[in-house]
Ligand binder design. Structure first.
Ligand SMILES: Nc1nc2c(ncn2[C@@H]2O[C@H](COP(=O)(O)OP(=O)(O)OP(=O)(O)O)[C@@H](O)[C@H]2O)c(=O)[nH]1
Ligand SMILES: [Mg+2]
Length: 394
């Protein structure tokens, strides 16, 4: 549960003089006590000359490094800082959403607390929003004029570039995951639509929101000044899960079809493996081995489709769902095999190019498999069906 300044016994750390700031700057922090004063001064240096009323919201996960004292010090110097200290929750994305929900500004700016995002970009980001030229602005490393720290080695560069490439179909932005972004507060998507999983809350907000004028402002992405990175390998794996969900949100049917195809491809390998092993190791006849390997592969596919492809669909009891999936898979296999026989016997072209007939059979079989699995085995919830129809009608 969040509370304002619960960590300190001192008076609440909220800037009282700034009742309705134009801008709320939200900074998630964990053990950034040494960086916070530098960041606060950097922000003030760019916003004070413009006379922009703002509040700086630090959402801290109960750091034990003097973050509370650093904020108190800033407050005593007249800095419009508010500290939200969370005791029972951790996570960068949920911290950002917590900050957004407490923000009072017309515009929100989200940035890291480790000084890797340059405060000097904030005025340009706000100008784009205020002029109405943009409805979502990102501080970007990957547009002309943007850059990263010269010491970034190849692994850091890959760690940053690959996620950007993987997210390309989801947004027109080159660097939606820089962690530095700004938007009007009233265009923040509904809280229940957002899942604060992983590190990439900017991408989550952009994909789930209704933004049609995104813009990128070039930034130099610096090195953190004090403290350690909290971005672990586990977070990076979690990003892949997050990406899968976002693809599902953005391209519901296509993403299921691709996952179904990938599971099917892995099932093909299992099928082949068991077909050979059951003959070599167990000594079964090739026909029995074929039937059993199909059973194993279809069960494999069922398991992965249940856990991954259709994880967001209605889940029947396993003992009901498994035989149903075997049935629909058998139908898919019959269509696959039947169309191969039909094409090669009825069309000279396919008889001369049997691999093409095989591929056409696989595609048709998979199509039938997918449709029947979705209709009879992994039924979508009613609201997903409505959304699919809307996608088709678009
Ligand atoms: N509230 C909160 N903030 C966090 C948490 N994890 C990271 N942060 C903050 O989120 C910002 C980004 O975290 P970093 O550790 O710098 O992650 P990064 O910028 O992706 O990784 P580096 O490039 O290694 O710096 C920093 O201000 C962190 O203090 C968390 O669990 N809770
Ligand atoms: Mg950082």
């Amino acid at each position: 549960m969040a509370s304002i300044a619960t960590a300190a016994a001192a008076p609440p750390l909220a800037a009282p003089e700034c009742e309705s700031p134009a801008v709320s700057i939200i900074v998630p922090t964990y053990r950034e006590a040494l960086n916070i004063p530098l960041l606060a001064r950097g922000i003030d240096d760019v916003l004070a000359p413009r006379a922009t009323p703002y509040e700086l919201i630090i959402v801290d996960d109960h750091s034990d490094d003097g973050t509370g004292a650093a904020c108190e010090q800033l407050l005593s110097e007249g800095n419009p800082v508010r500290l939200i200290s969370r005791r029972h929750q951790r996570g960068l994305s949920s911290a950002v959403l917590e900050g957004c929900s407490k923000a009072r500004g017309t515009y929100l700016v989200v940035m890291d607390g480790d000084l890797s995002h340059p405060c000097s970009a904030i005025p340009a980001m706000l100008d784009h929003l205020q002029s109405g030229e943009a409805d979502f602005v990102v501080g970007s490393r990957y547009v002309p004029g943007g850059s990263t720290h010269a010491n970034w080695g190849w692994s850091r560069t890959i760690n940053s570039r690959v996620p950007s490439w993987l997210s390309r179909p989801l947004s027109p932005l080159r660097d939606p995951m820089s962690g530095f972004f700004a938007l009007p507060r009233d265009s923040l998507p509904e809280r229940q639509l957002l899942s604060p999983v992983g590190y990439k809350i900017g991408l989550e907000i952009f994909v789930k929101g209704d933004f049609d004028k995104p813009k990128e402002v070039p930034i130099h992405f610096g090195e953190r000044v004090h403290g350690e990175s909290k971005l672990s390998a586990r977070e990076q794996l979690r990003f892949l899960q997050h990406l899968r969900r976002l693809y599902h949100f953005h391209f519901p049917l296509l993403s299921e079809l691709v996952q179904f195809g990938l599971v099917g491809a892995s099932g093909f390998v299992i099928d082949l493996l068991f077909y050979l092993l059951l003959q070599w190791l167990v000594g079964l006849s090739h026909t029995t081995a074929r039937a059993l390997s199909f059973l194993v592969a279809a069960s494999w596919n069922w398991g992965w489709n249940r856990t991954i492809t259709f994880s967001q669909h209605q889940q029947l009891a396993k003992l009901v769902q498994w035989p149903r999936f075997l049935l629909t898979s058998s139908l898919g296999f019959a269509v696959n095999w039947g169309s191969y026989v039909l094409l090669t016997s009825e069309f000279a072209f396919f008889d001369q190019n049997r691999i093409l007939a095989l591929m056409a059979g696989v595609a048709l079989g998979m199509g039938v498999n997918f449709i029947t699995a979705r209709l009879f085995v992994f039924k979508p919830f009613a609201e997903d069906v409505k959304r699919d129809n809307a996608t088709f009608n678009d």
